[in-house]
Structure formats: C-alpha cells, structure tokens
Design a binder for this molecule. Structure first.
Ligand SMILES: Nc1ncnc2c1ncn2[C@@H]1O[C@H](COP(=O)(O)OP(=O)(O)OP(=O)(O)O)[C@@H](O)[C@H]1O
Ligand SMILES: [Zn+2]
Length: 806
C-alpha cells in the first residue's frame, strides 16, 4: 500500500503554513515516522529543502500526478514527539507565527545550525555489517556511512536500537581545552631567582612570590592566575621562557557542573503552610488534575522546598518534571539545590551553556536519562514524556516572554503542557503578575499562600525609605548618611550587605561640558553607553561600537566628561567611604566570562567579601543567611518609564531585592533611597504588602483600562524609510478599525519611544479588547497582507500580550 507523509516545509511564509503531501518511497516506508525531519523537493525548481513530517496517511490525496516524493531522511528517529507537534500548531495560531518557526524553536540550536552527523554504535551488530559500516571505528560520519550501506539499512538498525545519531556543531572546537600553569622550579631555586629580580619589576616579583608558595605538582588555570592575582600575560610568558613554570593544555569536559560535587541533601520538615500547599499539589497529582496553582509566598518562605518535595512525589510515581527559572545562569544556587536533591536525574538547560553543552543536556532528556529539567524559558519545550508536574518560578518575570518570533510566553506553554499531561502546574512568586493574581481571584487558578519566612524565627526585614531629595543636599556621592551608617554597623558585626544599583532606563554616557553634546548611535535614536572595561562606547540596541572620543565631535572642545552612575563609579565611592570593606562588584562587565558569575557568588557566600554591589542581577533567588542589610541606591529609575507596568515592575524588583535581607536567624534591614518616597509602589515595599499593592494597582488598571481588565495586542510596522513605516501603520490602523467590532479599541498610531533602531523606524498601534469576535480573522488577514510587503523592506510584527510597550 502507498503511504504519504504530510510535511511542513522550511519556508516561513503564509502559503506554506500548512502541510504538503509527499509520497514516501518504498525504501523508507517501514521506517519513517511522525516527528522526523526529511528533505523534499519544493517549488518549480524542485529545490531541496528541509521539512518536518507531521502526519502519515495511507489515503492518497485527490491529485496524485504532481505528487513529489521524499528524497532523504535527516534523522533516524523523531526529533519531536506528537505532543510537541500539536503544541507547535497551537502556538503558531496563538502567536500569529509560522508553524515551521515554532517547530524549529523547540529544537536545541545545534540541530538548527550547521552540523555534522555521526553514527554511533549502541549495541552489538552482526560482524559483517559492523565491519562494512564502522570499518573497525567506534563511530562514523553520516555521509561516509551512506557510501557503504543503504539508508534503509541504517534506519532498520536504528529501529533495532543498535545505532544512534550524534550531532556535532561545526565551527566550534570539538574538544574544549584550557591552559594551566605548573611550577617547574623548586621553591629553593625560585628563592635564588627572586634575589636577582629587579626592584621595579613588580609583576615578576609577585609571580615569583606566588610560585614559591605554590605546591609542586598542583595546577592553576592561566585565567585564574591572571585574574585572581592581577598578573599580566606578558609576565607569565616571560616566566615560562625563564623556566620558572610551564603552560600546558588541559581538556575540559563539557558538563558545566561536572567538577562540582553535590552532597545529597534530605527534605526539610515543612511548616504548616508549606505542608498545606504541598498536600494540595500532591492531591492534584494523584487525581491527574491539570490544576494551575499560584504559590504566592513572601521572600524566604520556602517556595523552593515545596517545589523540591512536589517533584520527589512525581518521581516516585515514575513521572517527570520541568522547573523553569528566569535566566538560570544567574542563579547558580538554584541549580545546586536541585542537583543536591536529585543528583544525575537533573538536566540543566539555559543560555549560558555552549551549543554543545545544551545539546548534551537535551540528549540526556531525550534518552530518558534525566527526569527533572531545570532551565530558562526554552526549557519549557524539553522533550520529556509522562510529565507529572511543571513549575514556573518567579512567574511574573517578563523574560518568560520571547521577544522575537514566535512570541510565546513560557507560562502559557507550561499551562498548555499541564493540560496535555493531566498534571498540575505551579506558578510561584512573592509578587505575582497582576494577570495571574487576578485569575486566582476568579478561582481560575488555585491560590496557595505562604505568609511567613521558613527558617525558624526569621522575620521579614525592617525597611527604611530615605528621601533623596533631602539627602542629596548633604552628600556628594550616591550614598545617604543613613545607608553608610547602617553599612558600618553591620560590617562591624561581621555581617554582610547587598547593594543594588538599578540601571534600567539609564546608563553611563559622555557629554561635552561646553556644548552639551552627547554621543548618539548612528543607527538608533539613543545615546551610546560608556564601557570602561573595553574602553569603548556601545549601543545597547544594535551593538554598534566605537572608540571613546577625546574631543567633542561637535564643537571640538576637549572638555568631554563621563556622566551617570555606573557600578564602577559607585564602587570607587564606596571604597573611599569604607576603606576596609571588601567589595564584590557584579554587573555585565564582571560576569561576562563564563563561570565568573558563579565564582563571584561563591566568594561572597564564603564571606571573602563584605558587600555585594550589583545591578538587577543580584535581586533574585540568592539565599545568603549572613546578609542582614540590603541597600537600593536608586529605586526610581524604572518608575518613570512610559509603560503601564512600571509601578508593578518597581514593586516587584524592590520586594525581591529586599527579600535578600535577614533570611537566616539574624533579623535584617533594608534601606531604599528614592526621589519618590510617597509613591505607593515604594511605600508598600515597606511591609512587603503584595495584597495591598495588588488591590491598589488593580483599581488603577481598571480606571485606565489596562490589563488584566483588557487584553492587548501590539502591531509594529518598521521600515528604513520613516514615511513608509508611518504610512503603513496608519493603513493597518484604518483597516483594523473597520474590521474589528466596536468592542475593541485601537490606540495610536504612535512612534515607538525609541523610534529608530538599527537604521529602521518603528511605528506601533495597540489593540485593546475584552472580547473581540473578529480579532483572529483580522490578524490572520494582516499576516497574509504583510507577506507581500516583506520584499519591499517592510516588517510587520504582531505581538499578543506584549510585555514591553517602550
Ligand atoms: N521547612 C523549613 N524549615 C527550615 N528551613 C526552611 C524550610 N523551608 C525552607 N527553608 C529554608 O528557608 C530559606 C528560604 O527558602 P527558599 O529559598 O526556598 O525561599 P523562597 O520562597 O524560594 O524565597 P525567594 O522567593 O525569596 O527566593 C532557605 O534557606 C531554605 O533552606
Ligand atoms: Zn544602535
């Protein structure tokens, strides 16, 4: 009997947004299955392109004479299961994106980029075939294998689970190595050498002194030696030439956690509230109920412990679990907690991993070697079977929404998967998004409150708000006397402090003192940011980079000065105010190198520093019991952004960061410096009073007609020609106004608040509605219409429930 495959081809366009039918040639018939990628001829020129098989049927389509056949099979087994194929369909519809884009999004990036395929042996093979295929080697490249053996044979070997495929990213080093230093002279010899080093050769002296103390057969990585001991590469190279030390290459294993040992820990005894929350989740698990829980727990209330024990329960039932955290690379503590509890059962997926590492972790999941997946946004697509629980920690984080197509929200995807698997999902936060909290109010979600801190006797910190309008008169730097006094007190007691500099919405820039000129980006409507570490000016939108000017490009004055409060500048001020304090600075500049984030936090945890000074990245997830003071240097920067969520974001951020204080048995304090001391979003942080904030903010949203009372869709048109972009958005607005019912409101058009990015002009409208019967049709029509415009350089983006309006 003939067999046909329905295939979504890799052409992201409206016309190809439905499956095409292809004939499955005889040789592939036994082995192809749904979810595999294949190669097919496409279009008039029969160009060979990739596609995903989404269905296999035996009934021939009505027109068969023009039917083309699959020419090649790209995977030996499905790369996406039926659930994910279904999800891709749904996602494409909900986010107004192409099916092929959604399918691709679910795969680890290595399988999307250029790669080389290897066939590996996974079981005993008949000796003659083994010889023919592998020629005595352990693995063989795909193309080479096909020269000696037909594809159908490979597929049947795969079906018998005797071989498997391994993808290897091209362009990347196959084996990762690092350079290490070993001592080559004895301490005695070095002591002799030391005598002859010139007095002004400080680097040589430092290095020699280090080596004298260094054990003979131990090693230190070159990077660590340079960074931790402040040595230059030149000094080390000349020491190598002089025979003091040797530099050797070492292979680095790809598992980023391989060198850490995780001591198994045991579940804690839960308090009453935790116990009650856990019982509700377990009940839903046992009843196979797809309940969405909102775990609303104050900072330090032990949400993570509830997650861990709920996961244990599903593992005991033989099921699997997904735990999402925002930007996981930024919270190494969380990973450690999961690894300690579940050991090798945990796979970790996040953007801080290299493509190869991500693929390794993905394979562990796909082969059922890991049953718990911890990861950032895209981990929600982990190919786990038999899911028993999904968790979205810090569910209010806007990074769960992808800001490129497909513009999906990981929270929605998690809820979708919970319904597919008939299992519960937990959304956890100390400060839930208004959307989620409102759903709990309507009993769409089930609210689970944790109102107290978990550690015995731990209480929420005492918060003091400092009015900077007054303080600024008394101080020449970024610190109020209150904050400095409290820092001094805490440090004297041997306790630690966390200081946050809120950088969102402003940054360091340079300005000419004579003419006021600020260096703009040539491609975008925004000024360039000064980066001291690379000594360059950078655009944070398009990546443009140029040298720091020494003269004003406009008036040629040399009075060009550095403005803004960067973390570097604050660090210098702080060190002058507290000369004995040991400070760790954490921002994009100090955490760029892989693993440096983790290393800094470990040093702070080991109390090798007294103060952790950083940007927003220190606000979340950290659990250091010795921290008893948290200071926020500038609470207001996000408050003034033209976005209706700015109060919500400010309250969330301040509550999160305050929550880092007093988590152990010592009571904590918080000092918030602000120019808006009476603003409710700042006032209510004082008591970490989420409920009052929720009510207040809801009434404001109600008055002004914003989410969660309304749904929103943003449409953005962009073009290099400003006139064309503006004209297009007006046309779209007109069209929508006629096709939508009176229940929907179209706001705008307006230019986006940064109107030009990367040489393109951006214009937007926002559709606001509660219920709109014509919306789906209208937006689908818009999608079709916008296809025709792409060639003319026009880009139209539809963003459902946008997270950023600026
Ligand atoms: N039942 C318990 N008994 C004692 N200590 C507990 C208990 N549950 C949690 N803890 C401890 O309380 C501290 C805070 O817990 P955890 O980090 O899970 O809180 P959280 O709610 O996730 O906090 P946040 O939202 O602020 O990050 C941790 O050190 C944890 O080990
Ligand atoms: Zn730019």
């Amino acid at each position: 009997m003939d067999k046909f495959a329905e295939i979504i081809v890799d052409v992201p366009a409206m016309q190809t947004n439905q499956p095409f039918t292809y004939l499955i040639p005889e040789e592939f018939r036994q082995v192809v299955s749904v979810g595999m990628r294949v190669e097919v001829p496409f279009g008039n020129g029969n160009r060979h392109i990739q596609g995903f098989i989404t269905n296999i049927v035996t009934e021939a389509p009505r027109v068969t004479d023009s039917l083309k056949a699959i020419t090649n099979i790209l995977d030996l087994k499905p790369v996406l299961n039926e659930e994910l194929l279904l999800l891709a369909d749904e996602m494409a519809q909900k986010t107004y994106s192409f099916k092929i884009t959604c399918l691709q999004t679910m795969l680890p990036s290595v399988m999307r980029s250029s790669y080389k395929k290897w066939i590996v042996k996974t079981a005993e093979i008949e000796p003659d075939i083994d010889e023919q295929l592998f020629k005595g080697l352990a693995e063989i490249e795909w193309d080479e294998a096909l020269e000696s053996i037909p594809l159908s044979k490979l597929l049947s070997l795969r079906a018998e689970e005797k071989i498997d495929l391994r993808y290897e990213v091209l362009t990347k080093n196959k084996i990762k190595t690092k350079k290490v230093i070993k001592k080559k002279m004895t301490t005695m010899e070095l002591r002799e050498v030391a005598k002859s080093i010139r007095a002004n050769a400080k680097q040589q002296q430092k290095l020699c002194a280090f080596l004298m103390e260094f054990a003979e057969d131990s090693e230190i990585s070159l990077l660590e030696l340079m960074q931790e001991h402040d040595l230059s590469r030149a000094a080390i190279t000349s020491a190598e030439k002089a025979g003091w030390l040797s530099i050797e290459e070492r292979e680095v294993y790809r598992d980023p956690y391989a060198f850490q040992s995780f001591k198994q820990d045991t579940p804690l005894d839960l308090n009453d509230e935790q116990d009650k929350a856990l019982a509700e989740v377990i009940k839903a698990q046992d009843e196979n109920a797809a309940t969405t829980f909102l775990l609303e727990g104050v900072t330090g209330s032990g949400k993570t412990e509830v997650y861990l024990q709920a996961i244990s329960h599903v593992l005991n039932k033989g099921k699997t679990a997904i735990m999402l955290v925002p930007e996981i690379s930024l919270t190494p503590q969380t990973v450690t907690r999961f690894k300690k509890r579940f050991g090798a059962d945990v796979a970790v997926l996040h953007s801080g991993l290299s493509e190869g590492e991500r693929y390794d972790e993905w394979r562990k999941i796909e082969r059922n070697e890991a049953r718990v997946v911890v990861g950032a946004r895209s981990a929600v697509f982990a190919p786990l079977e038999n899911i028993g629980l999904l968790i979205v920690d810090e569910e209010h984080e806007s990074s769960y929404k992808q800001d490129e197509t497909p513009r999906y929200h990981a929270r929605d995807v998690a809820i979708w998967r919970s319904q597919y698997h008939h299992c519960p999902v937990i959304l956890g936060s100390a400060t839930p998004s208004l959307e989620s909290r409102a759903r709990a109010q309507k009993n769409v979600y089930q609210l689970l409150p944790l109102t107290k801190r978990a550690v015995a006797d731990a209480v929420l910190p005492k918060v003091e708000i400092v009015d900077m309008r007054k303080a600024i008169a008394q101080t020449k730097n970024s610190f109020s006397t209150e904050l400095i006094q409290k820092l001094t007190e805490r440090l004297a007691l041997g306790e630690q402090a966390v200081l946050m500099l809120n950088r969102r919405g402003f940054s360091s820039f340079i300005m000419c003192r004579d003419c006021g000129f600020v260096l703009p980006c040539p491609n975008c409507d925004i000024s360039l940011t000064l980066h001291m570490d690379t000594k360059t000016m950078k655009c944070h939108y398009c990546g443009h980079e140029e040298r720091i000017p020494y003269q004003c490009p406009s008036c040629h004055s040399d009075k060009i000065r550095y403005y803004g409060t960067g973390t570097q500048k604050v660090e210098t001020e702080l060190q002058e105010l507290l000369p004995d304090a040991r400070i760790i600075r954490m921002d994009v500049d100090t955490t760029r190198k892989k693993g440096s984030h983790q290393a800094l936090l470990r040093r702070f945890e080991n109390h090798e520093a007294d103060i952790l000074l950083g940007t927003q990245m220190i606000a979340k997830g950290l659990d250091f019991p010795n921290v008893t003071l948290v200071g926020v240097l500038n609470a207001d920067t996000a408050l003034n952004l033209p976005d209706f969520r700015s109060s919500e974001r400010t309250f969330q951020l301040l509550t999160q960061v305050s929550g880092r204080s007093g988590r152990g048995d010592k009571p904590g304090e918080v000092v918030i410096q602000t120019f808006n001391p009476d603003h409710y979003a700042i006032q209510l942080v004082q008591d970490q009073d989420y409920e009052t904030f929720y009510r207040k903010e809801m009434s404001l949203r109600h008055l002004s007609g914003y989410p969660p009372y309304y749904f929103t869709v943003q449409v953005v048109a962009s073009h290099e020609d400003e006139y064309l972009a503006a004209k297009k958005i007006y046309q779209i607005a007109e069209k929508l106004k006629t096709s939508l019912s009176e229940q929907a409101v179209v706001l705008g058009p307006t230019p986006k608040s940064i109107a030009r990015v990367n040489k393109r002009y951006f214009y937007q409208i926002v559709i606001k509605y509660r219920q709109e019967p014509n919306l789906e049709q209208a937006l689908n029509d818009l999608m079709v219409a916008s296809q025709a415009e792409i060639q003319k350089g026009m880009r139209i983006v539809i963003d459902v429930e946008p997270q950023n309006f600026i």
